[in-house]
Design a protein around this ligand. Structure first.
Ligand code: ADP
Length: 674
């Protein structure tokens, strides 16, 4: 019986495994690298052990360090998650040698499915349909070319040891074969130190359909239905759904049975995924078997109402499968989208930075967010840029899709560039809405799928203008002495200039002037504030209310109530989510008001950082040049110093707090104004 489980992974999957294990009363042990010292999986686990530097080959890939921790912490089992050591046969063997349960299949299954050629040979013997092709040992170029000629072009060359699309080449005509073989072998040698190739018929416009299987140690095997993972970019899945849309029951059952046969052929134990290509004639072909829990397993959990990690732990405990095939049901439809820190408008370059704002949509039985981060966490350079998954369920595909679209519109992230906009565009693309996807979907519609930056509607501009004034006022009102640059109840005009910062540097500018109407002495609501904002010769009445959620406000603009998310994630740089659209807006000249003075911009955090020292205790008098706060950012300390003498009446942050670049950190009244 597993009582102490080590999770040899990080991020969202480590958190997800810990939650189920804890719910089952199992003591959880996390491991972490330098970069993950404050990561969520470390905080969530019952105990956590440091295993090394941030680079994966110094930490999460070091099987010896993980085994050493497992022994020292008295773990009786190790769950490898996905990636890292999850499909490493040597690691599974070492666990067994140390009498530690590896939550996954045995060494033999890992080894045989790790080689595409060996996997195909085994599947052929088990009568699982294969793509017509050659997967033998003979590797003479002339023989491989003869095999390709026999199969008929186009063909695909694949590295037997391959993964992640590396060492793969499509060959359209015989005369291109030789050069493509050279290139594929070179890439395979460089990536896997193994140039062994297989040749397959290249299926035109296939769908990627995979079947979730489970086997126990008592000879039972079941399938938990199928998933469509055709929406891929460079062989990287982005959107997955279950069940695969448009499959007939007969085909679904045939694929399920073929997948279970594939698993039984290698005495498989635990969770596995059998991947197929499905052509336009409903012919399916075995592609490969993944011998672990998949990233996309939650869609299967949604439609079966089962917890696959609980199943894995049951099988690892030598229990029989929790359900038989006849007891398993498929209800409704589920869609998952993967949230990546990357910039779709810059060729999907991975992005890093601090999640200044991280407000996922609210979870419920139909909306699930699996993530390994919270607001304030850092997305670093060391690990996979996927940091969250959104999974939505509906009674049918249309409902699941609608829910997913809506949830995406409520997902607010600031400080790190993400693919949220790209996901929104995919989910509303007519071909996707119709369920007509193939593995070429992204390539076919690439130009249409890149998120566009639109000029923000007036509501966004006037809402933000009001919010900026509101933020300044809230800070200044924190003290009874109203500073010189804030004359409550006086009506005057200020000018704000904004710049829309599209990721691709498309720009838009607007000028905003406002007449200050408030604070309204009649109104006692602390959090409500009313402003009149003039934008492009139109006057807008804006009312703002803060909500319990950070960065979330209710705006009433000309009597229309709409929620808005707004976060100043770096100096004068705002991320806004309004009516489902995200905007990035820079305040070019934040305040050209007649009352502005040099003090307005003093006492401002120079960049995002952590408060490490506050040498003053308000209320106190300070001299020009005195340090009022020390902030640490990017491993360096920055002093915030007084530009002139005066009175500090309040400090808005405490030691240890995170501050955003550009925010005012203290309330200050200059000597002249006292
Ligand atoms: P890897 O292990 O490198 O990810 P796979 O064998 O799983 O490689 O294939 C990855 C992707 O390549 C598939 O999802 C599919 O899009 C495409 N692919 C693979 N084999 C074929 C084929 N015979 N015909 C058409 N597309 C293929």
């Amino acid at each position: 019986m597993i009582t102490r489980l080590l999770i040899a992974n990080r991020g969202e999957i480590a958190c997800r495994i810990i939650r189920t294990a804890q719910a089952l009363g199992i003591h959880t042990i996390a491991v972490y690298s330098q970069a993950d010292t404050h990561a969520q999986h470390v905080l969530l686990a019952d105990e956590a052990w440091f295993i090394g530097e941030s680079a994966v080959n110094q930490s999460y890939l070091c099987s010896d360090k993980i085994i050493a921790v497992a022994r020292a912490a008295n773990a009786d089992a190790v769950h490898p998650g996905y990636g890292f050591l999850s499909e490493n046969a040597d690691f599974a063997r070492t666990c067994a040698e140390h009498k530690i349960i590896f939550v996954g299949p045995d060494e033999y299954a890992l080894r045989s499915m790790g080689s595409k050629s060996q996997a195909k040979t085994i599947m052929h013997q088990a009568q699982v349909p294969l793509v017509p092709g050659y997967h033998g040992d003979e590797q003479a170029p002339a023989l491989l070319q003869a095999e390709a000629d026999k199969i008929g072009y186009p063909v695909i060359l694949k590295a037997s040891a391959g993964g992640g699309g590396k060492g793969m080449r499509i060959v359209n005509i015989a005369s291109e074969f030789s050069a493509a073989l050279d290139a594929a072998q070179r890439e395979a040698m460089a990536s896997f130190a193994d140039a062994h190739m297989l040749v397959e018929k290249y299926i035109a416009q296939p769908r990627h359909i995979e079947v979730q299987i489970f086997c126990d140690r008592h000879g039972n095997g079941v399938y938990l239905f199928d998933r469509d993972c055709s929406v891929q970019r460079r062989h990287q899945k982005i959107v997955e759904e279950a069940p695969a849309p448009g499959l007939s029951d007969a085909l679904r059952q045939k694929m399920g049975i073929a997948a279970v046969n594939a698993a039984l052929a290698i005495d498989y134990v635990g969770a596995g995924t059998v991947e197929f290509l499905l052509d336009s004639n409903e012919q399916f072909y075995f592609m490969e078997m993944n011998t672990r829990l998949q990233v996309e397993h939650p869609v299967t959990e949604m439609i079966t109402n089962e917890d696959l990690v609980a199943w894995q732990l049951a099988v690892a405990n030598h229990d029989v499968l929790p359900k038989s095939q006849a007891q398993l049901t498929c209800t409704g439809h589920a869609i998952e989208v993967r949230v990546y820190a990357e910039n779709p408008n810059d060729n999907f370059l991975p992005a890093t930075g601090m999640l200044q704002a991280y407000q996922p949509p609210e979870s419920n039985t139909d909306v699930r967010v699996d993530s390994g981060v919270i607001q304030g966490d850092e997305i670093g350079i060391y690990y996979d840029p996927m940091f969250a998954k959104l999974i939505c369920k509906g009674r049918h595909r249309q409902e699941a899709l609608q829910r997913c679209q809506q949830a995406l519109q409520q997902f607010f992230i600031a400080g790190v560039t993400t693919n949220l906009g790209f996901l929104q565009v995919i989910l509303s693309h007519p071909a996707f809405v119709r369920g007509q996807v193939s593995t070429h979907f992204i390539a076919d519609y690439y130009a249409e799928l890149l998120p566009q930056q639109f000029a923000p509607p007036p509501q966004v501009i006037v809402g933000l203008a009001a919010l900026i004034l509101h933020t300044q006022k809230t800070m200044h009102q924190a003290n009874s002495t109203i500073p010189a640059n804030w004359r409550a109840n006086l009506s005057h005009t200020r000018l704000m200039q904004m710049h829309l910062c599209a990721d691709a540097d498309v720009t838009f500018s607007a000028s905003v002037s406002r007449r200050l109407d408030l604070p309204n002495s009649q109104k006692n609501d602390k959090d409500g504030c009313q402003y009149t904002i003039v934008h492009e010769h139109h006057s807008h009445h804006v009312e703002l209310e803060a909500t319990a959620q950070p960065y979330h406000y209710m705006t009433t603009i000309n009597h229309q109530r709409t929620p808005i998310y707004a976060c100043e994630f770096s100096c004068h740089h705002w991320a806004i989510l309004y009516a489902g659209q995200q905007y990035s807006i820079k305040l070019v000249q934040p305040d050209l008001g007649e009352h502005s003075s040099s003090q307005d911009h003093a006492f401002v955090a120079p960049m995002n950082g952590t408060v490490v020292h506050i040498p003053i205790t308000p209320p106190c008098h300070i001299q020009k040049g005195d340090t009022v706060m020390v902030i640490e950012a990017m491993k360096m300390e920055h002093n915030i110093v007084a530009p002139c003498s005066g009175e500090i009446t309040e400090v808005f942050y405490q030691t240890g707090a995170l501050v955003s670049g550009g925010v005012t950190v203290v309330n200050f009244v200059a000597e002249d104004d006292i």
